[in-house]
Design a protein around this ligand. Structure first.
Ligand code: SAH
Length: 232
């Protein structure tokens, strides 16, 4: 595949000469599709409307920024399908009082969506190159309530735990125990679980005093959650 590393992209959502957003009609079509697929949470839909996905995809895929598909990003990873981002965000049930932990920053798109709904978003990525590109996007969009770091997300972020919400955007065979421990009692975690190279199920967990209860939301396919920081 050709080089994906020419990011952050310099294209903007808005053409200052014509005053026209060239992505607007694609964005409207996508939002209509999400609505008819059953996503009714208007806060989630507004967050998707307000974050320019074209700034989170590699330049060579920018024409597909509002197609309802996952796309390749740098370091062999993917930016999730918009519909999955919408379902996961809706299932997380985030309010502006919540501090949310995300594992797997990737492009930064899911974190950017969450930043519109939560008090603060903490996001961890194992690939330094991805974390740096994502941070540049957060700066450019002035999303000041996102804190990001490079590291192994399976260990969580104990220094700032507990969290009211946790979202994991990579798949593992099991729910990492450290993440359950760092979830507040009554808190919610959304995560794909199953064979990391095949089909997985999206789980919504609720933390209880003894452990957690879980609910199966849908079948999904995510890149694997890999223990340890990636070599840089
Ligand atoms: N939320 C992302 C989706 C990224 S794909 C987005 O909106 O674009 C999943 C990401 O999880 C990949 O970037 C991968 O490198 C990262 N990842 C996998 N295992 C990890 C781990 N143990 N800790 C932190 N990040 C991890």
């Amino acid at each position: 595949m050709s080089d994906l590393s020419d990011t952050p992209p310099s294209h903007t959502a808005f053409d200052p000469e014509t005053g026209i957003d060239p992505f607007l009609s694609g964005k409207i079509k996508l939002l209509m599709k999400l609505r008819s697929a059953g996503i009714r949470d208007t806060r989630v839909l507004s967050a998707l409307e307000s974050i320019p996905r074209e700034l989170f995809v590699p330049r060579m895929f920018v024409d597909k920024a509002y197609a309802d598909t996952a796309l390749p990003i740098e370091s062999g990873q993917t930016i999730s399908q918009p519909q999955i981002v919408a379902w996961m965000t809706a299932a997380l049930d985030v309010s502006d009082r919540h501090r949310v932990l995300e594992i797997g920053t990737g492009s930064g798109y899911q974190a950017a969506i969450l930043s519109r709904l939560a008090r603060r978003v903490y996001t961890i990525e194992r690939h330094r190159a991805l974390a740096e590109i994502a941070e540049e996007r957060f700066r450019k969009l002035r999303l000041g309530n996102i804190t990001s770091r490079v590291g192994d997300g399976t260990k969580g972020w104990p220094e700032v735990a507990p969290f009211e919400r946790i979202i994991v955007t990579a798949a593992a065979k099991e729910v990492p125990a450290a993440l359950v421990e760092q979830l507040e009692i009554g808190g919610v975690m959304v995560m794909p679980v199953g064979d990391p190279t095949g089909d997985q199920i999206l789980l919504r967990l609720e933390r209880t005093a003894e452990g957690y209860t879980s609910q199966h939301l849908m079948n999904v396919r995510f890149v694997p959650l890999i223990t340890g920081k990636a070599p840089s």
